[in-house]
Design a protein around this ligand. Structure first.
Ligand code: FNR
Length: 186
């Protein structure tokens, strides 16, 4: 069956390397896995006081995630942690309490940085939030991409053959993870 994956990108930049990575992963994914970016830059900051009359962007975001078969997080690292943009999306998705659109969604996290550490801090801080939200996150292969500035060719393809192979394996493993989790639910 075709599975529709909501991809959340943790950078607002038009020229974001992580956005490029998300698009490259869409091209490397197995036929059955359709990756689509769900935009999060327009989400107002989460505030319980306005939940009763939730802003339209919150509702639209929650509906898109709820309709998906899984969620893939593609993120840079800001100050060794999750960019506020992406944390806010998780917070918005997690509420109202007990009605999180993220609960049970098969997920994976991949981080990319122009630096050498590959966003490890962001990757694991994000996992901490996902654990408490009962989101089954694929444990491995772990994916921390360093030197992200030299990863892409002019067309946005992956220029480094070893990394391209790795990303193919990563997204293939995620496709299997999605099936495993969805089967367990049925
Ligand atoms: C960064 N950057 C960064 N990089 C890193 O590897 N570890 C870090 O802790 C940080 N911290 C950080 C904080 C802030 C506020 C900014 C704006 C940037 C650099 C970051 O990885 C780089 O800007 C990436 O290119 C951002 O990802 P996109 O926009 O290319 O996807």
């Amino acid at each position: 069956p075709t599975r529709h994956i909501a991809v959340l990108v943790g950078s607002p930049r038009k020229a974001s390397l992580n956005r490029k990575l998300a698009l490259a992963l869409a091209g490397l994914a197995p036929e059955s896995l359709k990756l689509g970016i769900v935009e999060i830059t327009g989400l107002p900051f989460y505030n319980e006081e306005i939940e009763a009359e939730a802003p339209a962007p919150w509702t639209a975001f929650r509906e898109q995630v709820a309709a998906s078969d899984g969620v893939l997080f593609v993120t840079p690292e800001y100050n060794r942690s999750v960019p506020a943009l992406l944390k806010n999306a998780v917070d918005v998705g997690s509420r109202p309490y007990g009605k999180s659109c993220l609960t049970g969604k098969p997920a994976a996290v991949i981080s990319l940085s122009p630096g050498a550490i590959g966003g490890f801090g962001a990757n694991h801080h994000l996992r901490q939030s996902l654990m408490c939200l009962d989101v089954p996150v694929m444990a491995g292969p772990e994916a921390y991409l360093g030197n992200g500035g030299s990863l892409f060719d002019e067309q946005g393809g992956i220029a480094v053959p070893g990394t391209k192979d790795f990303l193919g394996k990563f997204i293939g493993a995620y496709a299997k993870w999605v099936e495993t989790i969805l089967a367990g639910r049925g």
